[in-house]
Ligand binder design. Structure first.
Ligand code: HEC
Ligand code: HEC
Length: 371
C-alpha cells in the first residue's frame, strides 16, 4: 500500500481512460506475472505507463491539468482503502482456512476419542452444553402447559416416568440403570432439572429428545397428555422424598439393572392412542420413519441416514403394485402392513414395529409420495 502511494507520485502517461484504468488494475491483480499480451490490446497504454507493484497492481500517474486527474485521485484513494480492506479480508480468510484445515486434520486423524467411557475435553463439553441449552431455549419459546396439573395428572406422570425415564435418569433415592450409568453425556437424575428448565422447555426436551446425547424423543411414544403429565411429575420430583417417590412411581426397582421391573401389569402403559384421529400427514410420516427405526433397515434416497441393506429400499414405493409381495399397494393396505406386519405375512423378516395407527397413516401418506 505504501508502494501504491509512491507510484502515484511518479512520472507518467497520457490521457487516462478511467474504465481502462480500473479494469487494468483488476487484470493486473489477476495476472501478476505480466507481459503486455497478458493485458489485452485495449489496456496496453495503461500497462506501459504504470508501474507494477509487488502484488500486481498498476497505478499510473495522470497528467496534471486534466479532468482525469481528479478522477484518478479519487480512484487512488478508493484503491488504497479497498486494498486495506482486502488485506483485512484476506487475513481473516487465511485464519479461517487455517482453522478449518486444523479441524479437518483433527477429524481425519481420528485422534479425538469418541469412546463413551472417556469424558469430552472440557472446552468441547462446555461448547456442546451451551449449544444445547441455547437451542432448547430458542425452540421451546412460548410453550405453556395446556392446563394446571392435578392429582390424576401427577399420578399418570409418575407412571410414565417410571416406565420410560427411570432406567436412564433414576429419581429420588433411585440410581440410573446400567444403560444410563454407561452413557456419555451422563443423564442426570432430573431432581434439579427445574432449576434449569421451565415447563415448556421440559416438555420440548422430552418430546423431541437431544441429538447425539442418547436422550430419546418421546413424540411418537407418549401422547400429548402423557408428555405434559411427565413434565408435571418432573417438576414435582424435587419435593418428593425417596419413599414418596417409590409410592408414586412403584417400589420394585432393580437398581443397577435396566430398572424395568415388570409392573406394566399394574400400570396403564404409557403410549400414544391406538386409533387414527385425522388423515395421514406426510411430513410427520417422514419423521416417523426415523422414529420407528424404519431407516435402520430401509434406505430412502436423499435422506441423511446410514445405508442399511436389511430391507428393500423404499424409493419408488408409490409406483409399486404390491406390498411385500402379498398386498395390493393401497394406503389402507400400507397401514395394515405397518400395524399388523406379522399377521399380514407370517414369518416375514420385517419385525412388528409397534406402529400406532395414526403414525401408520402418516407413514403411508409419506410413502405414497415416493415416486
Ligand atoms: C436412554 C436413556 C434416556 C432415557 C430413557 C431418557 N433420557 Fe432424558 N436424557 C438422556 C441423556 C443422555 C440426556 C443428556 C444429558 C446431558 O446432556 O447432560 C438426557 C437429558 C434429559 C433432560 C435435560 C436434562 C438436564 O438436566 O438438563 C431432560 C429434562 C430429560 N432428559 C427428560 C427425560 C424424560 C422426561 C424421560 C422419560 C420420558 C427421559 N429423559 C428418558 C437419556 C435418557
Ligand atoms: C429390522 C429391519 C426392518 C425394519 C426396522 C423395518 N423394516 Fe420394512 N422391511 C424389512 C424387510 C426385511 C422387508 C421385506 C419383507 C418381506 O418381503 O417379507 C420389509 C418390507 C417393507 C415394505 C414392503 C416393501 C416392498 O418393496 O414391498 C415396506 C413398505 C416397509 N418394509 C416399510 C417399513 C416401515 C415404514 C418401517 C418402519 C415403521 C419398516 N419397514 C421397518 C425390514 C425392516
Amino acid at each position: 500500500m505504501a508502494a501504491a502511494a509512491a507510484v502515484l507520485g511518479q512520472q507518467e502517461p497520457a490521457a487516462l481512460d478511467r474504465r481502462a484504468f480500473l479494469s487494468s488494475c483488476r487484470t493486473a491483480a489477476r495476472k501478476p506475472e505480466s507481459g503486455a499480451q497478458a493485458y489485452g490490446d485495449s489496456l496496453a497504454p495503461v500497462q506501459e505507463g504504470g508501474e507494477r507493484l509487488g502484488h500486481g497492481e498498476i497505478i499510473p500517474r495522470p497528467q496534471s491539468g486534466s479532468a482525469d486527474i481528479r478522477a484518478a485521485g479519487r480512484v487512488g484513494q478508493f484503491l488504497m482503502a479497498s486494498t486495506k480492506l482486502r488485506t483485512v479480508a484476506l487475513t481473516l480468510l487465511a485464519v479461517a482456512c487455517a482453522a478449518a484445515g486444523l479441524a479437518a486434520a483433527l477429524v481425519s486423524s481420528g485422534v479425538y476419542n469418541v469412546a463413551a467411557n472417556r469424558q469430552h475435553l472440557k472446552p468441547v463439553y462446555q461448547l456442546l452444553d451451551i449449544a444445547m441449552r441455547q437451542s432448547v431455549r430458542y425452540h421451546a419459546r412460548g410453550l405453556e402447559p395446556p392446563r394446571a396439573a392435578d392429582e390424576a395428572m401427577m399420578a399418570r406422570g409418575a407412571q410414565c416416568y417410571r416406565q420410560h425415564c427411570v432406567q436412564c435418569h433414576g429419581g429420588p433415592g433411585v440410581a440410573q440403570g446400567a444403560a444410563g450409568q454407561g452413557m456419555q453425556p451422563l443423564p442426570g437424575p432430573l431432581i434439579d432439572a427445574t432449576q434449569r428448565w421451565n415447563a415448556g422447555q421440559l416438555y420440548w426436551l422430552t418430546r423431541n429428545g437431544l441429538k447425539m446425547t442418547g436422550m430419546p424423543s418421546w413424540e411418537f411414544r407418549l401422547s400429548e397428555d402423557d408428555l405434559w403429565a411427565v413434565v408435571a411429575f418432573v417438576q414435582k420430583m424435587p419435593q418428593l422424598s425417596p419413599p414418596q417417590f417409590a409410592e408414586m412411581a412403584g417400589q420394585d426397582w432393580v437398581v443397577g439393572s435396566a430398572g424395568h421391573a415388570g409392573r406394566d401389569d399394574v400400570f396403564q402403559p404409557c403410549r400414544p392412542p391406538v386409533q387414527a384421529l385425522r388423515p395421514g400427514d406426510a411430513m410427520r410420516g417422514q419423521r416417523a420413519l426415523y422414529q420407528y427405526a424404519c431407516v435402520g433397515c430401509h434406505t430412502v434416497a436423499g435422506q441423511a441416514q446410514a445405508s442399511p441393506q436389511v430391507g428393500p429400499p423404499l424409493d419408488g414405493m408409490a409406483r409399486r403394485t404390491r406390498i411385500a409381495g402379498v398386498l395390493d399397494n393401497t394406503p389402507d393396505n400400507m397401514v395394515r402392513w405397518l400395524v399388523q406386519t406379522d399377521a399380514v405375512k407370517p414369518g416375514t423378516a420385517m419385525p412388528a414395529m409397534g406402529v400406532a395407527e395414526q403414525d401408520a397413516h402418516d407413514i403411508a401418506a409419506y410413502l405414497a409420495r415416493l415416486y
